[in-house]
Write a protein that binds this ligand. Structure first.
Ligand code: ATP
Length: 512
């Protein structure tokens, strides 16, 4: 077999979206009513893959760490929590409208895209030079000495420093001036006819109970972390937890994103898998490094090549952090944030102590003193992990006989179905025998049973949803209780004894 020459990344991305729908992974929400922007539903296969990702994360974080426990806090929380956390005042994006197209953009995204274009020019120069110099090429030296590249780099630095300074001072007039000076045009209208830049809060709010007006205003949580902070003492006391310890949570979060595109990468309702690790003040940066390494190991344990990931250390830190890094993944639309690892200091607990009037301190028996712990957070998007896994798994292959197949090379541990049970034909007592096998296997694995269509078509369908093993029942099975087991990736088949199926499959589905 060889891999098809996959046209370009945009085409592949469109194909992945179409494949997700055709094979029951992801549907646009409310589709029969023409859908809703940036809201998606997970279908019958999607929910299995998603649940498997959650279980894989939970196992790595909670089951394998004796000092991490989980919680499941409510989506609705006391509105003052979002005052204390800074979300009411500061959880906003700068937005700008184009007066001609009436389209709304994030000012920071417009500037970042512009910078990315300059960066592309640098990359192209480097590529050209690498070809020209061959093996003697020293990329770092080239970047440091080539006048054209240095000029591009200076441009990027100048734009970034002015932009972040303007944002920091909330000088939105200067953000607009910068967009104008850089000659950034609206991709739809092509014009530079921009409105002023305004701040837009990303939290959704709604009313709780029958209280009138603002009194009953609550927010849909924009992150799961605050549910952990406000339960910090509940968990510490009831679980008799000793610092350092962590609290993990998987749950929905809601953000009224302005630029909502790129499929499930940026949604208005999504899920996060977060863990807050409580440590002694002064030890947070060591733990920050520790969790950076632990988390990248987790991603790599899924078998996706290392070159698809990179760290991005933040220069500009959020109001609560003293160190922050993203793990970025190379999605079909480029490297983008998949997970954030933040050293959040004692910002959150201190703020909740102040706003609630309740002490949120820990008595450290070894030091014989009480303090507000520092926190290191790991926060990964469940849907973004789903998209990373899915987009890496999607493969188009041309087979030796000239036919083509689409296969999802999902890590077996995450695949929606581990095994498909397929009688070769739907007669001659094969379905009965196959059912007998199915009834055994389904006690251990999520299995799929199919008897319609030719065996070749059934294999293709299983390939398309990423089922790693197909068990085929044929006449020989009736004679000597053996079946064939077909491997999704190699398409090779071997004969094994019926009573060994569970053992063989279990051994091949590599866990953590
Ligand atoms: P971005 O810069 O892409 O908006 P962020 O830095 O605001 O992301 P965090 O607040 O650090 O994101 O949230 C932690 C994780 O939650 C992110 O790394 C991402 O995987 C996920 N996430 C954040 N916003 C969304 C969204 N709108 N849709 C899907 N996942 C999201």
């Amino acid at each position: 077999m060889y891999f098809c020459n996959m046209a370009n990344n945009e085409d592949i991305f469109k194909k992945i979206i179409a494949h997700s729908k055709e094979y029951g992974f992801i549907f646009p929400s409310s589709e029969i009513y023409d859908g809703m922007a940036a809201v998606y539903d997970y279908g019958q296969n999607g929910v299995e893959l998603k649940n498997n990702i959650k279980a894989y994360w939970w196992k790595a974080m909670v089951q394998y760490h004796e000092n991490i426990v989980g919680i499941d806090s409510a989506i609705f929380m006391h509105p003052t929590i979002w005052k204390a956390s800074g979300h009411v005042d500061a959880f906003s994006d700068p937005l700008i409208d184009n007066k001609d197209s009436k389209k709304r953009y994030r000012a920071d995204v417009l500037v970042e895209d512009h910078v990315a274009k300059i960066q592309d020019k640098i990359n192209k120069e480097v590529e050209k030079a690498a070809k020209r110099f061959g093996e003697t090429f020293d990329e770092q030296q080239y970047l440091n000495t080539n006048p054209r590249v240095m000029e591009y780099q200076q441009k990027i630095e100048a734009i970034n420093s002015r932009f972040y300074a303007a944002l920091g001072k909330e000088d939105f007039a200067d953000v607009k001036a910068l967009i104008e000076e850089l000659g950034i045009v609206c991709p739809i209208s092509g014009s530079r006819n921009w409105t002023e830049v305004r701040q837009f809060n990303l939290m959704f709010s709604t009313q709780m109970g029958s209280v009138s007006e603002d009194a009953g205003q609550v927010y849909l949580r924009p992150e799961t972390a605050q549910g952990i902070f406000v339960n910090f003492l509940n968990v510490q006391k009831s679980g008799r937890m000793k610092i350092p310890f962590g609290i993990a949570q998987i749950g929905k979060a809601f953000r009224n994103e302005i630029v909502a595109r790129q499929f499930i990468f940026r949604m208005r309702e999504f899920e996060q898998m977060e863990m807050q690790f409580f440590v002694r003040p002064g030890e947070e940066l060591q733990w920050f490094e520790y969790w950076k390494q632990e988390r990248i190991k987790w991603h790599l344990s899924l078998g996706i090549p290392e070159k698809k990931y990179r760290f991005h250390d933040h220069d500009k830190l959020a109001h609560y952090a003293n160190a922050a890094a993203d793990i970025e993944f190379e999605f079909p639309f480029g490297f983008k944030e998949l997970e954030g690892i933040h050293s959040r200091t004692d910002f959150d607990l201190k703020a909740h102590q102040e706003y609630s009037g309740k002490k949120l301190q820990y008595f450290d028996p070894e030091l014989n003193e009480s303090y507000i712990p520092y926190v290191v957070e790991t926060s990964v998007g469940l849907d973004r992990t789903f998209l990373a896994v899915l987009s890496h798994a999607y493969t188009e292959e041309k087979l030796e006989d000239g036919s083509e197949r689409v296969v999802l090379n999902l890590p077996p541990v995450l695949a929606p179905y581990k095994v498909a049970v397929l009688p070769l034909v739907a007669k001659d007592n094969l379905p009965e025998k196959a059912r007998e096998i199915m009834d055994q296997l389904k006690l251990n694995f999520q299995c799929s049973y199919e008897e319609k269509d030719s065996i070749g078509r059934r294999y293709r369908r299983q390939d398309a949803i990423g089922t790693p093993y197909c068990i085929t029942i044929d006449n020989e099975t009736l004679e000597n209780n053996t079946v064939t087991i077909r491997d999704r990736d190699t398409m090779k088949q071997e004969r094994i004894s019926m009573d060994k199926i569970t053992e063989v499959v279990q051994a091949r589905i590599k866990s953590l």
